[in-house]
Design a binder for this molecule. Structure first.
Ligand SMILES: Nc1ncnc2c1ncn2[C@@H]1O[C@H](COP(=O)(O)OP(=O)(O)OP(=O)(O)O)[C@@H](O)[C@H]1O
Ligand SMILES: [Mg+2]
Length: 350
């Protein structure tokens, strides 16, 4: 069962390697034939159901328009930056919470690392991709420490900040790092002294390590990422791509949404679920989730697990209605008023 052993966090080289190799993903459980299902004793049945529920809890990655746009642009940048000491460009991914920023940049990282390993197999000690999360209220030293922690370098918090910065940059060059992913970058508030200094620290790594830098964060223009002298420098060095919720107004948007629902539906491990049921309910699913992929993922998979628990083995509207989603999705959803029965309002005869 996937939940039974601790996983290394993604922002460590061990956790990252597991993510890239796909070893963290369980095999999709095979659906048993009805006769075999009936033969399971209660313990076996529990294990079988648990395996399916765990599988529903794993990410089914969908090639959404945003993820395709970001991974393609990122790969193009990596190619054009390759070998350049000066004039390299970075990529910024900006968008609201839950729109897939972290998913997109980590997929870009995975694609890049697989590509590097395919081109030059057996590169022991090589670390092509580094993924860090900016800590709250970050100082320059904390940025260097996050990179050191990813790389597994020994460091002490009493270390001289300049020494630490230079050592970390030196190791990044030595291990052949060619892509640095920095998540939650909105935590660097350029309007504060600490935030500006931490952003300068990243700029130092940008200049001194010949890698492509990708930042992801919440609504970065609104959060002051491109204002002031430093902000203008970032604006001149990075291309910006946006992630957003799925729309449901035009035919093209409806098609994209239906394709997303269909992909998630096709991954379900339920015995009596008729494929296409959820696609035909696409408008309701959009209303419930306001087009947020993370909310949709939760809605479908929680409902599927409920259908396993109650033995119905198919997702019904009642299952979907019973799921409580994230606060943002719940706040925006207005269920239609209950329909009056056909006879309502009719006077009873004398
Ligand atoms: N391409 C995708 N395919 C399938 N599911 C996805 C995809 N992108 C995002 N999701 C789902 O949406 C959830 C939120 O995505 P993610 O964590 O990448 O958002 P985020 O923009 O980084 O949010 P935050 O700003 O809160 O960090 C994921 O946990 C996953 O369930
Ligand atoms: Mg994120």
């Amino acid at each position: 069962m996937s939940g039974d052993f601790p996983r290394h966090p993604l922002a460590t080289k061990e956790g990252w390697s597991t993510f890239v190799s796909g070893a963290s993903l369980p095999e999709p459980p095979r659906l048993l034939a009805a006769a075999d299902l009936d033969r399971l004793d209660p313990d076996e049945r529990e294990l079988y159901d648990c395996a399916r529920q765990d599988y529903h809890g794993e990410l089914t990655l969908v090639a959404t328009p945003d993820i395709l746009k970001i991974t393609r642009a990122g790969q193009r940048l990596i190619t054009s930056n390759r070998g350049k000491q000066l004039g390299r460009k970075g990529l910024i991914v900006s968008g609201a919470s839950g729109t897939g920023k972290s998913t997109s940049i980590t997929q870009l990282g995975k694609i890049h690392q697989v590509d590097v390993e395919r081109r030059a197999p057996g590169g022991d000690g090589r670390i092509p991709v580094v993924y860090i999360i900016v800590p709250p209220d970050a100082t320059p030293k904390m940025i260097a420490i996050e990179i050191a922690a990813f790389l597994g370098l020994p460091y002490s918090s009493h270390e001289n900040p300049h020494f630490l910065t230079h050592s970390v940059a030196g190791v990044l060059r030595k291990v052949g790092c060619s892509l640095v992913l920095v998540d939650e970058v909105h935590r660097l508030d350029l309007r504060t002294r600490k935030g500006a200094a931490a952003s300068d620290e990243l700029k130092y790594f940008f200049d001194s390590v010949s890698a492509t830098f990708v930042y992801a964060g919440l609504d970065l223009a609104e959060n002051g990422m491109f204002t002031g002298t430093r902000g203008r420098q970032i604006a001149g060095r990075f291309i910006t791509l946006h992630t957003s919720a799925f729309g449901y107004a035009t035919e093209a948007e409806k098609n994209n949404w239906r394709m997303l629902v269909a992909t998630l539906e096709s991954g379900l491990r339920l015995h009596r679920h008729k494929p296409g049921t959820l696609v035909s309910d696409a408008a309701y699913l959009h209303e419930r989730t306001s087009g947020m992929i993370g909310s949709l993922d939760q809605l479908i998979h929680d409902a599927a697990n409920e259908a396993i628990d109650d033995g119905t083995e198919k997702i019904t509207r009642e299952h979907l209605k019973a799921i409580t989603l994230d606060t943002a999705a719940e706040e925006q959803y207005r269920p239609p008023p209950p329909r009056k029965p056909a006879t309502a309002g009719r006077r009873a005869g004398p």
